[in-house]
Structures are given as C-alpha cells and as structure tokens.
Design a protein around this ligand. Structure first.
Ligand code: NDP
Length: 276
C-alpha cells in the first residue's frame, strides 16, 4: 500500500501542496499518496483528533497551514530546533506514537533568495515586515546566514520587540515600528505581512529597499502586489513573490519524509504567475 501524506488547513481548497508533492513523487519515483484535509476549527481537541485519525490510518506525514501552525506545534511530542524557536510547525512526521515537528518555511525562503534568485544574505542589511507566524519562522534561518543586521518592523510594536528578544542570542536583530525605519534603506526587504492578501500596502511611504536590492513578497500567485508595485515604481532592480519559497519548503519536507531531495525548478516554473 502507498504511504499517505496530506496538508491540513482551513480553508484548504486553495492549497498547491497536493499538486507539488504529487509532482515531486512522480519525478523521484516515490510511491505515495498526498491529500488535502479540511481541518476542524471548532476546538483544539477536534484538531488533535484529526491528526490522530490520520496517523491511525497509516498517515506518515503532514504539512500544516493556516490557521493550525501553532496548534500542531503544541500537539507535537518532539520539536526540532527550527520549530521550537519559531513556536510553530509547518511539517509533521508520524512515527509510532510520536508526532515530530519541524518548520521549513524559513529555510525555504532562504533557499529561494540565495539559490534561485542569486542574492547572498551574508553581511547584508535585511528588513522583515510583519511579526506573525511567517516572520517567526523566517528569523532563525535568516540570522543563520550571517547578515549585518536583521530589522523586524510591525504595526504592533510589542510583537516586533518580542520577536527580536526571542532570537537575540542568534544574531544582530532589532524590532521596531514602521515610523523608525522611515528613510532607511536595506539590501533585502521581505514582506511577511498578510497586507497583500487584502490589496493593502504596509505603511511605508517608500519601498525601504535600495534600487540594487531585492524586494521579496511572501504572498504568491497574486501577480504584482502593492508592495512589489511600489518597489518597481521606485526602480528596484529585483522583485520576487513567494512561489519559490512555497516550492522550496515543500522540497525540504519531502526530503525529510522520503530521504530524497526533489528538483524544484520545473515546479516553480509551473506555478509562477507573472509579476504584472
Ligand atoms: P499572520 O496572520 O500570523 O500575521 C500577519 C502579519 O501581517 C502581522 O504581522 C500583521 O501585523 C501584518 N499585517 C496584516 N495586514 C497588514 C497591513 N495592512 N499593514 C501592515 N501589516 C499588516 O500571518 P502569517 O505570518 O502566517 O502569514 C503572512 C503572509 O505570508 C501571508 O500572506 C501568507 O500568505 C504568506 N506566507 C507565504 C508562504 C510561502 O510559502 N510563500 C508561507 C507562509 C506564509 P500586526 O501584528 O500589526 O497586526
């Protein structure tokens, strides 16, 4: 019988994970089935039961998407370092009674920026916009690349400061509000807010990225978002959305589960929506 995997979220019909993992399985000759589960939001116990049911029927691993990344983390019996520090998981492995949690969002982001987009992060000034779950997952892998500085700006200042305090031992990091970065320029600016999902722009009068820098939007499949449009209008040379991050984190989870690393380029091309 094929091994079973799935992504759990609510809503879930928009998820590209089944398509990505089916493509990876075909390309690497792995015998597996990957489905999509609409997770229950009425209670933590109902969500925990959905995980137990999946594992009991032979489920080997799961991707976790919004709004369950924190709940799944809390239910895990073993937490690997990236998940532990982020306080969230996007990938689970089921082994006997154990539920092991990792978090590949941030490493997927770093791999996309460095390998696919060719932008080295060491020694650079980095700005992360937002302090939600996606930003939390990104911090440790970004700091691991040795940037000159990582600044996190958020509307809710306390969340940015809490994030900076949480990772203080791992690199040079500052948490602030948007007002404090007005007029500053960074080599790489990553929009980890959900503003673009509502067609909104984080409160930046100018893009905050140098013209020869990179403006990176975590949201994917939306074309030119207000954040990317602003960067383009100010002559920023390189802009990208989060499709590469999505595919790279999926490849890392696939390797964790199956021991084989799929190629990502063809899948990124297949899912790319032009930035126009
Ligand atoms: P959360 O809900 O946890 O956090 C949302 C963040 O966005 C908060 O920091 C919030 O600020 C900020 N925000 C929302 N609206 C605005 C606005 N108009 N202006 C400024 N800041 C705003 O979401 P996640 O962190 O889980 O996800 C963030 C985005 O990243 C999502 O759009 C998601 O689609 C994308 N994502 C992409 C992935 C990929 O693989 N490409 C993977 C994971 C996420 P405040 O705290 O002040 O309210």
């Amino acid at each position: 019988m094929s091994d079973h995997y799935a992504v759990i979220g609510n809503p879930i019909s928009q998820s590209k994970s089944p398509l990505i993992h089916a493509g990876f399985a075909q390309a690497t000759g792995q015998d597996l089935v990957y489905g999509a589960i609409l997770g229950p939001t009425e209670s933590t116990e109902a969500f925990a039961q959905a995980l137990r049911d999946f594992a009991a029927t032979g489920g080997r691993g799961m991707n976790v998407t919004a709004p369950f990344k924190l709940q799944a983390f809390a239910l895990a019996t073993e937490k690997l370092e990236r998940a532990e520090l982020a306080g969230a998981t996007n990938a689970l492995k089921f082994e006997g009674d154990a539920i092991i949690a990792d978090n590949f969002d941030g490493v997927g982001l770093v791999n996309d920026i460095q390998r696919n987009l060719g932008v080295a992060l060491a020694g650079k000034r980095l700005l992360l916009l937002g302090a939600g779950g996606a930003a939390r997952g990104a911090v440790l892998p970004l700091l691991a690349e040795g940037p000159a500085e990582l600044v996190v700006a958020n509307r809710d200042l306390a969340k940015a400061q809490a994030l900076a305090a949480r990772f203080a031992a791992h690199g040079r990091m500052v948490g602030c509000g948007y007002g404090e970065i007005a007029g500053e320029r960074f080599d790489v600016v990553i929009n980890a807010t959900s503003a673009s999902l509502n067609g909104e722009l984080p409160p930046l009068a100018a893009p905050a990225v140098r013209p020869d820098g990179l403006a990176y939007e975590m949201v994917y499949g939306k074309g030119l978002t207000p954040f990317l449009r602003q960067a383009q209008a100010h002559g920023v040379r390189q802009i990208a959305d989060g499709v590469g991050m999505l595919v790279e984190q999926a490849a890392l989870a696939f390797e964790w589960w199956r021991g084989v690393r799929p190629q990502t380029q063809a899948m990124i091309r297949q899912l790319t929506v032009p930035l126009v």
